[in-house]
Design a binder for this molecule. Structure first.
Ligand SMILES: [Zn+2]
Length: 459
């Protein structure tokens, strides 16, 4: 194949941004790229000449042109590309398929990222889980944001649009406000002129009547209802167990947010480097306890909800959304004091008080040991570890409130083996190491997750 820069352009459809190229005549260049109707490939140049045997260099140049069009046009990643090609190229078809596949993946990662024109600094999140049908949580969230006019938002104009992540949240749009706080402290409510749900990218867009000002401070507030994801094990979800004493089935609510499920519990900018301070309030039935990343600061009655109280937690350190954690359940607490700066506790089912000794003791020893080894103090005043009956992973390193599958926190005397004991210590050590690797210091994006999960460091 010879590359011919003057070859004709192949483009279909009338909208240059959403043109559809379902087919081109194979006789013109030997290559047809088909895309499904609602998707497009933008503009690209056909670089193959009819009748010539394509070389692999030419194929790559063709595909680079396709890639260019991806990058320029901001095309959605789901393009279903089929490459029909002259039989002489059959041997290279797999090659082409993977190349296009990786271009798509690359584009997917970019297109699914939030625009960076609004940067969060503080969240105030209040959630009240309801432990009966329809198993929802009543939520209210305030998000403080700063506008950066220099942010690269690609082809999209976000000069007067707030873009948040949200997944399966039922917004009470009548309560939604966007406040503009001027440098002199004067607060003005901005006109909200519309909303847009981009279900594919899990974006919730709030369109305003006026543009942001550079460096301006804004607060988005809204009421909403989130699902308590029964049996889903992600977002804010329920888990059940049989209480040994009563034989009754008990239900608890807990969160699992890594990687992209904080947005199922509250609207947020759900990417690891968009760190902020979190002020959490969590409603609980009187019979239960509530926990979050930080200790409880105060407790209130909830005006119109008999039998519920609201726990207000101390403001968090600056942290990622995926590390926020919530727990509400009829559990007991066992605490050990090994430091005058923090305490370590295990939150457990009442019947498991004598099963969590090793996890509690090894957790405290390791927290102290890592402080010593890294020469960086654990910055939070407490570390809770909680065993969850229904849990997808072995453990999750939420900062200050680590969640575990039961088998990695509880040991039954006479039933657990030495291997089980070693597993508890190993998983506890792993999750506590994350309090530094991942929680204190976090990768910018998920492709560098190995920085968290790598098991080797040099002493
Ligand atoms: Zn890990």
């Amino acid at each position: 194949m010879v590359v011919d820069q003057s070859a004709q352009q192949v483009n279909g459809g009338s909208d240059p941004n959403y043109s559809v190229l379902d087919s081109a005549d194979p006789n013109e260049c030997g290559v047809v790229i088909a895309a499904s109707a609602q998707e497009h490939l933008g503009q690209w140049e056909c670089l193959l000449n009819e009748g010539q045997t394509p070389s692999i260099t030419g194929v790559f140049q063709l595909l680079e042109a396709v890639e260019d069009s991806f990058l320029k046009e901001g095309i959605r990643w789901e393009i279903l590309i089929s490459v029909y090609i002259d039989l002489t190229l059959l041997g290279k078809l797999t090659y082409i398929y993977y190349y296009v596949y990786y271009v798509c993946q690359y584009k997917r990662a970019n297109v699914f990222r939030l625009p960076r024109h609004l940067v969060p600094s503080h969240y105030d999140i209040s959630l009240i889980p309801i432990f009966e049908d329809p198993y929802v949580a009543y939520g209210h969230t305030d998000i403080d944001l700063t506008y950066d006019s220099g942010a690269d938002t690609g082809a999209d104009d976000y000069t007067q649009t707030v873009v948040l992540h949200a997944k399966n949240l039922n917004f009470d749009l009548d309560t939604l406000t966007v406040l503009d706080t001027a440098p002199d402290g004067v607060i003005t409510a901005m006109d909200v002129v519309g909303f847009e749900f981009d279900y594919e990218r899990e974006f919730f867009k709030i369109i305003l009547g006026t543009a942001f000002s550079d460096g301006g401070s804004y607060t988005v507030s809204t009421n909403y209802t989130s699902n308590l994801n029964v049996g889903d094990l992600r977002g804010f979800y329920t888990s059940t167990y049989e209480d040994e004493a009563s034989g009754q089935e008990e239900t608890l609510a807990v969160t699992q947010f890594e990687a992209v499920d904080a947005r199922r519990a509250f609207p947020c900018l759900d990417e690891p480097d968009l760190k902020a301070i979190f002020k959490v309030s969590l409603g609980r039935p009187l019979s239960m306890m509530a926990a979050s990343n930080m200790p409880i600061e105060s407790t209130d009655l909830i005006g119109d909800m008999d039998g519920f109280v609201m726990e207000h937690f101390v403001e968090s350190k600056i942290m990622s959304t995926y590390l926020v954690a919530l727990f509400v359940g009829d559990y007991d607490v066992k605490t050990t004091n090994m430091s005058d700066r923090w305490e370590v506790s295990v939150l457990h089912q009442p019947s498991q008080a004598d099963q969590i000794g090793l996890a509690l003791e090894s957790g405290a020893i390791m927290l102290a040991g890592y402080e010593d080894y890294f020469d960086i103090l654990y910055p939070l005043p407490k570390l809770d570890m909680v065993a969850i009956p229904d849990f997808y992973y072995g453990g999750m390193e939420n900062w200050g409130l680590i969640t575990y599958a039961e088998i990695y926190l509880s040991l039954v005397e006479g039933d657990s083996s030495t291997f089980d004991e070693a597993s508890v210590v190993e998983v506890v050590a792993h999750e506590i190491a994350h309090q530094w690797f991942g929680d204190l210091v976090t990768m910018k994006w998920w492709e560098d997750l190995w920085l968290n999960e790598g098991r080797f460091f040099k002493g």
